[in-house]
Design a binder for this molecule. Structure first.
Ligand SMILES: [Zn+2]
Length: 396
C-alpha cells in the first residue's frame, strides 16, 4: 500500500471510530484506553522522568530561577560560568551552590538548559531521590517518541523496524498518559519500567521513523491499545493472560515469531542458578522463622505459549505453589529473564534454563527485524504482532 493511501485509510478509520457511540466500543481490558475526547487538535506534550541524576548544565550567562513547591522564588541569579547540577552529601547543588536536600524544585532559565547533552527550552522539575535526583522534562510528544526508538533499537536496525517501534511506543505512551492524574509530577518514566529514552540526533533514522508515522497509534475496537513489546520473545510471543493473569485480548494473544532462530541451540538459552536455601527464602518462605525444608520435586504448569503459570514444589506430605508472575517478581526479573523456562533441582541447586527476554507479550523487536529483512513493511509487521489492531492517526 502506498503511504498516501495508507494515510487516507487510517484517517478515515479513526474518524469512523470517533463517530461510534460509547456503547459500541466497550472498554474491556486493562490494556485499552478510550481515545482523547475531544480529539487532540495537535501534538501533545509529555512529561518524562529521567532518573539517576542525568547531566544538567545551565549555560554561561543564563538568568535562572529556582521555584519551590508553593510557587515561591527560592533564588534568581545569573550564572557566572556554565554550572552543572550535582549532588554533595545528599544535597542537590548547582555548581558549588547547595539547592535542596529534600524538596522538589523547578528550575527555569532564559537560555536553553542542557539535559543529557540536549538543549531543552522548557523549565525542569527536579525531584530529590535516595541516590541523587531525577529530572522531569516536558517535551513535544514526537520528540519523545524519536527518543524511545533511539534508546530501544540498535543503531544499525532498519527504518521499517523503527516505524513499527514508533507506533507501538506512541500507543503504549498515550495509554499511560491518559491514566496519569493531572496532578502527577510526570506522565512516564524513561526507563525499563515504562520505555527507555535517549535524545536522538536531528537527522537520525529514529527521527525519520517518528516523522513518517507522526501521530499514528494502534486502535482496537475504538480504543487505544497499550501496545506492549519486548526485546525477544523466544520464538513465540506470550498471551497477555498467561503473564499478567488478565482476561484474554486478541491483539495481545500468542503468535509465532521469527526470532526462534536466535534460540535454536542450547547455548543460546539463558541460565540462572541459585542455591536452594536462598531460593526458598526469596520465593517460597511464608515466614522467616520456619526452618528451610530440603528441596522437593519441582513441577511446572505452563500455558500453551510456554509461559510458566505455576511453580510447584512437591513433598510426600504436601506441596508449595507459587504463580509464575509472583515467582519472577520474587526471584527478580533480571535473574528470571522470562517466564518461559525449565527448572532443574540437583545437589542443592536450582537451575533455570529459559528463552526470551521480558514479558514476551506483543511486539518482539528481534522478530520484527527478521520480518523487515524478509521484505515485510511496518503495517504487516504490526498486523502480525497485534492481531485485530490497526494503525490510526490521532493528530496531524
Ligand atoms: Zn520473537
Amino acid at each position: 500500500m502506498k503511504p498516501s493511501t495508507l494515510r487516507a485509510v487510517v484517517v478515515l478509520l479513526y474518524a469512523a471510530f470517533l463517530l461510534l457511540p460509547a456503547s459500541c466500543a466497550p472498554k474491556e481490558s486493562r490494556f485499552l484506553a478510550l481515545p482523547p475526547n475531544p480529539p487532540l487538535a495537535s501534538e501533545p506534550q509529555v512529561s518524562v522522568l529521567l532518573e539517576g541524576s542525568p547531566e544538567v548544565m545551565i549555560p554561561l550567562g543564563a538568568k535562572y530561577t529556582l521555584t519551590g513547591e508553593n510557587g515561591a522564588v527560592l533564588k534568581s541569579d545569573t550564572t557566572p560560568r556554565e554550572a552543572a547540577l550535582g549532588v554533595d552529601k545528599g544535597v542537590i547543588t548547582l555548581g558549588s551552590m547547595p539547592l535542596t536536600s529534600s524538596k522538589k524544585v523547578r528550575l527555569s532559565a532564559n537560555l536553553p538548559i542542557s539535559v543529557s547533552g540536549e538543549r531543552v527550552k522548557a523549565s525542569l522539575l527536579i525531584l530529590p531521590a535516595a541516590d541523587g535526583f531525577g529530572v522531569v522534562i516536558t517535551i513535544p510528544f514526537e520528540d519523545y517518541i524519536a527518543g524511545v526508538i533511539e534508546a530501544e533499537l540498535y543503531k544499525s536496525w532498519p527504518l521499517e523496524v523503527r516505524k513499527v517501534q514508533a507506533i507501538a511506543a506512541r500507543s503504549f505512551a498515550l495509554v499511560r498518559m491518559t491514566r496519569t492524574p493531572k496532578s502527577a509530577q510526570y506522565q512516564i518514566r524513561a526507563s525499563e519500567l515504562d520505555q527507555t529514552f535517549r535524545f536522538p540526533a536531528a537527522d537520525s533514522d529514529s527521527r525519520k521513523a517518528a516523522d513518517s508515522t507522526r501521530g499514528t497509534i494502534l486502535m482496537y475496537r475504538g480504543n487505544i491499545l497499550e501496545a506492549l513489546y519486548c526485546s525477544s520473545c523466544g520464538g513465540k510471543t506470550a498471551a497477555a493472560e498467561s503473564v499478567f493473569e488478565t482476561p484474554p485480548i486478541a491483539p495481545l494473544s500468542s503468535v509465532s515469531c521469527l526470532c526462534a532462530s536466535r534460540w535454536a541451540e542450547a547455548k543460546d538459552l539463558w541460565r540462572f542458578e541459585v542455591e536452594w536455601p536462598a531460593f526458598y527464602k526469596a520465593a517460597l518462605a511464608e515466614s522467616k522463622d520456619k526452618p528451610i525444608p530440603s528441596p522437593g520435586r519441582v513441577e511446572l504448569t505452563r500455558a500453551p505459549d510456554g509461559t510458566v503459570t505455576a511453580f510447584i514444589v512437591k513433598y510426600p506430605d504436601g506441596e508449595i505453589t507459587v504463580s509464575g508472575k509472583d515467582l519472577r517478581e520474587r526471584v527478580g526479573p533480571r535473574n528470571l529473564k522470562s517466564l518461559w523456562f525449565d527448572a532443574v533441582c540437583r545437589e542443592g541447586k536450582l537451575t533455570f534454563i529459559g528463552r526470551g527476554f521480558g514479558h514476551r507479550v506483543g511486539l518482539c523487536q528481534w522478530g520484527a527485524l527478521e520480518m523487515a529483512k524478509s521484505g515485510e513493511d511496518y503495517v504487516s509487521i504490526l498486523a502480525h504482532y497485534y492481531p485485530g489492531a490497526f494503525p490510526a492517526r490521532l493528530y496531524k
